[in-house]
Design a binder for this molecule. Structure first.
Ligand code: 5GP
Ligand code: ZN
Length: 122
């Protein structure tokens, strides 16, 4: 399992930093976002340190597919499966990626409205 020092999500994966863990998939982990932007805001990560979606390689395909499937089960357990939810991953600067360890936001629990992007340049 490749990890990186100074990476907060690697530290959570190694249980060196506490988190409110909802599901441990072995090579994946789901925990509550520390600063939720919706009534339900869960973070899903591969335990392996991958900087973003851009860093995925062939060996990772099955694990990432499994992670997305697990996300649907985590959403069901969180009570947002029927009402609907959104799965988001930010990649790089323009997406506002703050934590440079691949993660998927699972958000729901209220009407999220349309997917809003900065329309100033349109
Ligand atoms: P990004 O902007 O990189 O896509 O999202 C990073 C997310 O990680 C943010 O929603 C932020 O609240 C969350 N986050 C950052 N540090 C921690 C932490 O130490 N613990 C938990 N549970 N979430 C964190
Ligand atoms: Zn990491």
């Amino acid at each position: 399992m490749s990890t990186e020092s100074e990476c907060i999500f690697c530290s959570i994966a190694e249980q060196a930093v506490p988190a409110d863990v909802l599901f441990d998939g072995g090579d994946t982990l789901f925990f509550k976002d520390i600063n939720p932007k919706a009534p339900v805001h869960i973070i899903g990560i591969p335990k392996k340190h991958l900087v973003s979606l851009d860093a995925i390689q062939g060996d990772d395909h099955a694990m990432i597919g499994k992670l997305l499937h697990e996300a649907t089960h985590v959403a069901r357990d969180a009570g947002i499966f029927e009402s609907g939810y959104r799965v988001i991953t930010n990649v790089g600067k323009h997406a506002g990626q703050e934590v440079r360890h691949l993660h998927f936001h699972i958000v729901g629990g209220e009407d999220l409205g349309p997917l809003i992007c900065n329309a100033s340049s349109l």
